[in-house]
Design a protein around this ligand. Structure first.
Ligand SMILES: [Zn+2]
Length: 298
């Protein structure tokens, strides 16, 4: 069931759990997310990083949309980390109703202008917008942000930004990083509390791969209701392919694909359990069209 990100996040927030948003690149990734969500009766999100969009273009978007529509649990499709107005427009025209307008590489003023423009555009399609304030370090899909360029989210700036841009959810930087954590993760929960007190929209934490369970649950208690997961799932995929292709007994292509799906599904299932969304599919009953009808866009 293709579902609005708004419904997924608000329902999760009201019921003190979080939604797992998983980056996918191909059919195997999509199947792994849908299988894990259906098996555990959990809502989930399929996310396309701009590099995946560049690679798969409209056929990959269509695959995600169709998989979401035919799933028997609530699934949203989201464009992750887009810094490109044409890409955002392409995704909106292809039916995606959840986008991240990522102006975090820009100055604060430019980020604000980009986010305002993209939010207006997305809202004209009835889409939900995630933005980022602060800057997350680490590596994702070949893009590396050095630690010295990273910037923790300033609560007052986040408040001003959310109010002026009218975004629907906000990605925060509180010590989370993309890719692998080089040293044990340390999250600034006081900062998260200060942001939470000032801002009433759902908060998102990127870089959930490698966060220990107690940090996940503490983040949820303090207002995070979406976690982005990429690294651990793609590592499981690559390792499974390597093991199967280089294994002693050669296997058929579809058997190898199946092993890779199983490996990713196992990681995704673990994350859904940690996020507390297992068994919560029944709470998300609002189809996107009903949500749109109920909401007045600015
Ligand atoms: Zn991210």
């Amino acid at each position: 069931m293709l579902t609005s990100t708004h419904d997924l996040l608000e329902t999760a927030r009201r019921n003190a759990y979080a939604i797992g948003a998983f980056n996918i690149y191909n059919l195997e990734g999509v199947k792994a997310v849908i299988n894990a969500a259906e098996t555990t009766r959990s809502p989930a999100m399929l996310q396309l990083h701009p590099s995946a969009l560049k690679y798969g273009k409209l056929p990959l978007v269509a695959l995600c949309m169709e998989a979401a529509k035919t799933a028997n649990v609530p699934i949203a499709v989201h464009l992750d980390h887009s810094t490109s107005a044409p890409d955002i427009e392409l995704a909106l025209q292809a039916g995606v109703r959840s986008i991240m307008a990522d102006g975090s590489p820009l100055s604060y003023a430019e980020n604000q202008k980009f986010t305002v423009d993209m939010t207006r555009l997305a809202h004209s399609y009835g889409a939900v917008v995630e933005a980022e304030i602060g800057r997350i370090s680490g590596t994702e899909d070949g893009l590396t942000i050095a630690e010295k360029e990273a910037k923790m989210t300033d609560p007052a700036e986040a408040f001003d930004f959310a109010r002026r841009t009218q975004v629907d959810c906000l990605a925060v930087t509180i010590g989370n990083v993309h890719g692998e954590y080089k040293s044990p993760p340390r999250l600034d929960f006081d900062r998260l509390d200060r942001i939470r007190r000032l801002i009433d929209i759902p908060l998102v934490l990127h870089g959930a791969s490698g966060l220990p369970p107690h940090m996940i649950s503490e983040s949820i208690q303090r207002g995070v209701c979406k976690f982005n997961v990429n690294t651990e799932v793609r590592q499981a995929y690559m390792q499974a392919l390597k093991a199967e292709i280089c294994g002693q007994s050669p296997k058929d292509l579809l058997d190898i694909a199946g092993e890779a799906i199983d490996a990713m599904q196992e990681v995704i299932t673990e994350k859904l359990e940690l996020f507390g969304s297992v068994g919560k599919a029944y709470l998300h009953e609002t189809p996107h069209a009903a949500w749109l009808a109920a909401r007045q866009f600015r």
